[in-house]
Design a protein around this ligand. Structure first.
Ligand code: FNR
Length: 367
């Protein structure tokens, strides 16, 4: 009988995923000076060993002040490459594919991870940046007052994204995902809530998208042409109740068209995170309708749906109804690294998993 879509391979450019399950990028706050550690090898490696189609490594900073917390992963210097490559090699050895999320936290940088107890010297509260500066642009009182990036500083950050892409390629990454979501630097440029610049990087949608488009161009020029590039965005700021200009799905659809032209292959649709005043109703599959709208509006763009997708049947339905091409799973993966194996069992698929777990599974039969 027919293999469920979720377990059919999916090709984009020269990358062929063994199935359509993506592990969503998730910060683990387990690095020092940006270096991936044994934790990342075991954490990310286990998803691949358990049959995930694509593992996306967490938001990884392209410059030190672009970290959310001092314990974030980083890719701002060549010294970071070997530890990243070690994870990549293991994932490949398991038959999996892996990408890394390239990120800059912008005005949401330099905060404390829940389980960190680091000295003040580890933070950079006076060097937090955004499209607009001053107390009006503080994300909330638990964040720092950002200063406005100058045009030449913007150019430096654009270059840092490109150099990060070079390092990701050297580490063997199958793809990179540009982090344009959740109120971090790129999203904060896109939204008029956080961007009130009066130069060519603010004002019109085209101007607010300029930084993103420059980052895409730089990353595309510095990452192998046969490998795809992902972009993650927030589809909306969720502030309809405030009745003021914000980031909305219509603009998301507009930039989806632009970024496709600029060489983004895969559009990963998240939402929110740009203001503490957002009102979100997070129900099962709550972001899927945004993914569906983009997919309908931009033929040929590969779309990833994410957000409280917790099981195989739910994921399969998203694909069957043509609402997205790939499904990403975050918290359900923290609950069980075996999400893909469980989904296969749920959908009655005898898919090919790693030699080790595949054999164990065969000996137990379908139960
Ligand atoms: C996240 N999320 C997230 N998103 C992102 O783009 N980059 C990141 O580094 C992180 N970090 C992160 C850490 C943790 C612990 C969680 C729970 C979430 C968001 C994540 O990728 C995903 O979009 C959301 O969790 C919604 O999907 P789920 O969890 O409902 O499947």
């Amino acid at each position: 009988d027919k293999v469920p879509l979720l377990f059919q391979p999916f090709a984009v450019k020269d990358l062929t995923l063994p199935n359509r399950i993506v592990v969503a990028p998730m910060c683990m706050f387990s690095s020092k000076d940006g270096f991936m550690t044994d934790f990342h090898l075991v954490h990310l490696g286990s998803f691949a060993a358990h049959g995930a189609g694509l593992v996306l490594a967490e938001a990884t900073a392209v410059e030190p002040r672009g970290r959310i917390t001092p314990s974030d992963t980083g890719i701002w210097k060549d010294e970071h490459i070997p530890a990243i490559k070690r994870v990549v090699d293991f994932v490949h050895n398991q038959g999996g594919k892996i990408g890394i999320q390239l990120a800059h936290a912008g005005r949401k940088a330099s905060v404390k991870a829940r389980f960190d107890d680091l000295p003040d010297s580890e933070y950079w509260k006076d060097n937090v940046v955004g499209p607009s500066g001053g107390a009006d642009f503080q994300w909330d009182k638990s964040h720092h007052v950002p200063h406005e990036l100058t045009v030449s500083e913007i150019q430096d950050v654009v270059k840092a994204f490109g150099q990060a892409a070079v390092r990701a390629s050297k580490a063997g990454m199958d793809t990179v995902e540009i982090h344009g979501a959740h109120g971090y630097l790129i999203h904060s440029f896109l939204s008029p809530i956080s961007n009130q610049r009066t130069d060519s990087y603010g004002g019109s949608l085209e101007n607010r998208a300029r930084f993103l488009m420059e980052v895409i161009k730089e990353v595309r020029n510095n990452f192998p042409a046969d490998k795809p590039i992902f972009l993650r965005v927030s589809a909306t700021d969720y502030v309809e109740h405030l009745n003021k200009p914000s980031w909305e799905i219509e603009q998301t659809i507009q930039i989806a068209k632009w970024v496709k032209e600029a060489g983004v292959d895969v559009f990963h649709v998240s939402s929110g995170g740009n203001t503490a005043e957002q009102k979100i109703e997070a129900v099962f599959g709550y972001q899927v309708p945004f993914a569906e709208k983009v997919k309908k509006a931009v033929p040929g763009l590969v779309v990833v749906a994410v957000g409280i997708i917790v099981g195989g049947a739910q994921a399969e339905e998203v694909l069957q109804q043509d609402k997205a091409d790939l499904v990403a799973v975050g918290r359900a993966y923290l609950k069980s690294p075996s999400f893909a194996l469980n989904a296969a069992r749920e959908l009655n698929v005898k898919a090919a998993f790693s030699a080790q777990y595949g054999r164990g599974r065969a000996s137990l039969g379908t139960f």
